[in-house]
Design a protein around this ligand. Structure first.
Ligand code: CLF
Ligand code: SF4
Length: 426
């Protein structure tokens, strides 16, 4: 849990019973799955970004970035073909012995790109029949593909179910593109919800372990979530994963308040009476590789991926928490200087280093934090974005109030700035 600062070192809690129908093989796979059990932490998963398209528009999603239902926004992935994904899998498998799971989690929706999803799974299973295959979907196309999911031997499926009330759903989804027809409002939410519920029930009845992701949107669905969890249990799902909204720039929800870890865990604890809860989700990227808390995707970049979005042109100053100007490798609170870069005409130019007083120097200096933050805001006031490995809730909110976006990522400075630039221009 080194990077996450997650709420529960155990990873999961609540009712942990397997459904009666769960085979020994499924239980064994689940014990090895890093997301489904705390014990799976030691194992690695590999996401293959083969699914760029999406068929709905969530109000918290900026299409330029990975699906925030199952991945961290702010990281733009390259796209792999099924053949490229299979090739990359064999290279990664050679280097990461404890690789147990291949997941398809965006950057769009796995089932909106079903041909690519299916082909990738078939090619990878040819090489490694025992690998655990995991899918993440918004669920719109589940009634059409659930049977094939079962036939493909996919053992674990995540469905994002944010509401079971079309009135609430209508506030979360801008539109649903159902087989070419654009639906809006409560009608859209109802079609999506009906398909999600039908799909989850079918999968659970046919031997697939389902995890239900729920994005907690304050003021929109937070009070409704216990009902969603109850429904998930009734349908036979295995666990729920309540995730905080990350208000992405350029979305309908961009100005909604953040959810604190405390609020999130209070809700998870409440729901753990109903069913097993996940506490260790990393909201990871669509091309994440490695253990949940040790992303190694950087080691396996540029293995045939095509850029997901084209760059646009605009001058932007970005502040980066970095020890040496090569990697984004410092937490916001630990940085005593920021490297400032200008993004101009598709070029990244180093401008200068700006010294600051460390925001976080230990518990004894906690009272000074407001005045330190005032100085930071003056020093970085002309920047559009601050990039760091992690940033706390307080400074993030203060920067946001000055219209400075924050991005948490561990990456090269160049990749990180490209990501921030694309978001800013979104
Ligand atoms: Fe990937 Fe998701 Fe499978 Fe895990 S992630 S498709 S279930 S293998 Fe895991 Fe990452 Fe959280 Fe997802 S930590 S975002 S829950
Ligand atoms: Fe974005 Fe994922 Fe929602 Fe599609 S399902 S709109 S990719 S968050």
């Amino acid at each position: 849990m080194a990077l996450s600062g997650g709420g529960c070192s155990g990873g999961c809690s609540g009712k942990t019973d397997y459904p009666e129908w769960a085979s020994e093989e499924l239980k064994k796979k689940t014990e090895e799955h890093p997301c489904y059990t705390a014990d799976g932490h030691k194992n690695a998963r590999m996401h293959i970004p083969v699914a760029p398209k999406c068929n709905i528009q969530c109000n918290y999603c900026n299409r330029l970035y990975d699906c925030v239902n199952e991945s961290r926004p702010g990281v733009t992935s390259g796209i792999l073909t099924p053949e490229g994904a299979a090739k990359k899998y064999s290279m990664v498998k050679e280097k990461i012995e404890n690789l147990k799971v291949v997941g398809i989690a965006g950057p769009g929706d796995a089932l909106a790109n079903f041909e690519e999803t299916k082909k990738s799974i078939e090619l990878i299973k040819e090489q490694d029949p025992d690998v655990i295959i995991c899918l993440s979907t918004n669920g719109l196309m589940l009634p059409d593909y659930a049977e094939e999911i079962v036939a493909l031997g996919i053992s674990h499926v995540t469905v994002t179910l944010n509401s079971i009330d079309p009135k609430i759903g209508a506030k979360i989804y801008e539109f649903v593109n159902y087989k070419g027809e654009i639906l809006k409002g409560e009608k859209a939410a109802k079609v999506l919800q009906d398909n999600q519920l039908k799909g989850i029930e079918y999968l659970a009845k046919n031997g697939v372990l389902c995890k239900i992701n729920i994005v907690m949107v304050k003021g929109v669905n937070e009070h409704h979530i216990p009902e969603v969890v109850k429904k998930a249990r009734e349908l036979g799902a295995f666990m729920t994963n309540i995730m905080p909204l990350i208000p992405a720039s350029g979305t309908v929800f961009e100005n909604l308040p953040l959810t604190s870890k405390k609020e999130l865990n209070e809700l998870r604890n409440k729901c753990s009476i109903t069913m097993k809860q996940m506490y260790h989700c990393q909201q990871c990227r669509a091309d994440a590789i490695g253990q949940l808390t040790q992303d190694r995707s950087l080691e396996f970049r540029d293995m045939g991926e095509k850029p997901f979005v084209e760059r646009e042109k605009r001058d932007v100053l970005v502040a980066v928490a970095s020890k040496d100007g090569k990697l984004i490798d410092q937490h916001f609170g630990q940085a005593d200087k920021f490297h400032i870069y200008k993004y101009s005409n598709n070029e990244i130019k180093f401008v200068e280093k700006r010294d600051i007083e460390k925001y976080c120097t230990g518990i004894e200096s906690c009272d000074d934090k407001d005045s330190k933050m005032d100085k930071v805001l003056k020093t970085l006031g002309d920047c559009k974005a601050v990039l760091s490995v992690r940033i706390g809730y307080g400074p993030k909110e203060m920067l946001r109030s000055k219209n400075i976006q924050t991005y948490e990522l561990y990456d090269t400075v160049e990749n990180g700035i490209n990501t921030a630039f694309q978001k800013i221009n979104g």
